[in-house]
Ligand binder design. Structure first.
Ligand code: 1GP
Length: 240
């Protein structure tokens, strides 16, 4: 039995940085899956996140079964809504969009997800999810119908993260949005990570290895890479 959250906390304590590859089932061509799996296994990834805006559950189940046969990394759901839950995964980031003021994404979807989650053995990891403005409207902002936090207001981001921590979230996720023009500002990562105890995830718009390194140095405990790997499965082999 995996103990995914405690492993993340242990990594933070030991200053071992973590890396998740985000797979969007809608964008995966099943014919390419073997190649993708090979690239994931050759990469420095420590986790695989699965999620997207319009994922169909049947594709999700099938995909996770195949991934679990061939990848030994923890497979963690990163769902946009309760239809994106699969009992085949190892864990779920149980997200509340705490930067936004849309009650559906703060609590309604979570309530709706409970009867589904209760039938699974998924490890449930409560996560305060914070969308940060990134240059143009992202799919997360559009789908959730929420306003991201301003890029230049580090204090507001810090207080939001601290409120999430006080509410009992076990992780904070600073999100610029998938394919964002601009990643989360380095100063904001520093401010938030210096002022919370729980592990910090950072993702969205990170397009090179240097960007990953900068996020780590600023205090990110786990960095998420989606689009860059999706566009180029050799991403982690480059000197960029
Ligand atoms: C999106 O943070 C993730 O939720 C990853 O974003 O696709 O821009 O890497 P990218």
């Amino acid at each position: 039995m995996m103990d995914i959250y405690n492993d993340i906390v242990r990594a933070k304590t030991e200053n071992r940085k973590l890396l998740a590859i985000l797979l969007d089932p809608d964008k995966i061509i099943l014919g390419n899956l073997e190649y993708l799996i090979q690239k994931i296994n050759q990469s420095p990834a420590t986790h695989v996140f699965i999620g997207g805006s319009h994922v169909q559950n049947n594709i999700l189940d099938e995909l996770i079964v195949v991934l679990k046969q061939k990848i030994s990394l923890p497979i963690i759901l990163f769902p946009g809504n309760p239809s994106q839950i699969s009992a085949n995964a190892d864990a779920i980031l149980f997200l509340s969009l705490i930067s936004g003021r849309n009650p559906d994404y703060l609590i309604e979807y979570q309530v709706n997800a409970v009867p589904i989650l209760k039938k699974t053995q998924l490890e449930i990891i409560s996560t305060g999810y914070m969308l940060i403005e990134s240059g143009s409207e992202t799919a997360v902002a559009r789908v959730s119908n929420t306003k991201p936090l301003a890029r230049n207001n580090d204090d507001r981001a810090m207080y939001t993260a601290q409120a999430g921590e006080m509410l009992g979230h076990k992780l904070i996720y600073l999100e610029a949005g998938s394919g964002a023009k601009q990643a989360v500002p380095i100063e904001m990562i520093k401010k938030v990570s210096n002022n919370i105890e729980i592990p910090l995830i950072v993702g969205g718009g990170i397009i090179d290895l240097h960007g990953i390194q900068k996020a780590y140095e600023a205090g990110a405990d786990l960095v998420v890479i989606g689009t860059a790997f999706e566009n180029d499965a050799e991403f982690f082999n480059q000197n960029n």
